[in-house]
Design a protein around this ligand. Structure first.
Ligand code: PGA
Length: 264
């Protein structure tokens, strides 16, 4: 399989949004978009990551669609199984609720919620051992980019998890999301050329870590919107998008999925 045959993933990251009534509206509108112009599962995987309290509702609503739209957790506990860990949600409990995908290592969690390398390794280990697929996020700050160390930082973030990911897990349970921090929620997107250049480096790095390096989806994230999705989607090593702000509007999110479905 060459990197270009990877089925793209378009994943909405709703962060600490929206209210239940807005979710209701979103799911209805997204359902209408799907009816008007279907995107097949062979063309593009589609997923949304709501808050924990909305996960089950979203999953139930999505089950009424004519195609699979995955409900993804935004985070997972570093503690495994069940037990006295107030406020935590383990990989075991996610799996028990038929949630099969989880975001790990988003820069907001790294920066604001003390998810350091050790914590991320624990979270990833639990997720993988429980059979979840992890969308592992990496990305450099503006300062690091200006210092010319962006590549080094991003490749290090991937190497940091290598000790807890087996060859078969790389192949079937890991998706990488490259999200330059300076592009998240700022309206500034990395140019398609810059994003592709970093994705190509990530691909090279993955190939050194695993024989499945060519099969791993590498998503771009950071102010992806309908206006820039088409160009990003044509880049050889950009296998989808992790979308924050623009995923809160059903029609914008749908257009982004359509751009990736049509380009690949
Ligand atoms: P954004 O967020 O699309 O609003 O920039 C992306 C993300 O944080 O995943």
């Amino acid at each position: 399989m060459s990197a270009s045959t990877i089925v793209p993933w378009v994943i909405g990251n709703w962060k600490m949004n929206p209210t239940l009534s807005s979710i209701q509206e979103w799911t209805e509108q997204f359902g209408q978009c799907l009816q008007q112009a279907a995107i097949s599962e062979e063309q593009c995987h589609i997923a949304v990551a709501p808050t924990f309290i909305a996960l089950s509702k979203v999953q139930a609503d999505f089950s009424l669609y004519s195609r699979k739209v995955h409900a993804v957790a935004q985070d997972v506990s570093r503690f495994e199984g069940t037990g006295a860990f107030t406020g935590e949600v383990s990989a075991t409990l996610l799996k028990d609720s038929q949630i099969n995908h989880v975001l790990i290592g988003h820069s907001e969690r790294r920066e604001l919620l003390a998810d350091d390398t050790d914590v991320l390794r624990q979270k990833l280990t639990n997720a993988l051992q429980t059979g979840l697929t992890a969308v592992f996020c990496v990305g450099e700050s503006l300062e690091q980019r200006e210092q010319g160390v962006a590549e080094q930082v991003v490749l290090q973030q991937i190497c940091d998890i290598a000790s807890v990911v087996s060859d078969t897990q790389w192949e079937s349970q890991i998706i990488i999301a490259y999200e330059p921090i300076w592009a998240i929620g700022t309206g500034k997107t990395a140019s398609a050329q810059d994003a592709q250049a970093m994705h190509a480096k990530i691909r090279e790095g993955l190939k050194q870590l695993t024989s499945s390096g060519d099969k791993i989806a590498i998503l771009y994230g950071g102010s992806v919107k309908p206006e820039n999705a088409e160009e990003l989607a044509t880049c050889a090593d950009i296998n989808g998008a992790l979308v924050g702000g623009a995923s809160l509007k059903a029609d914008s999110f749908y257009k982004i999925a359509q751009a990736f479905a049509q380009a690949k």
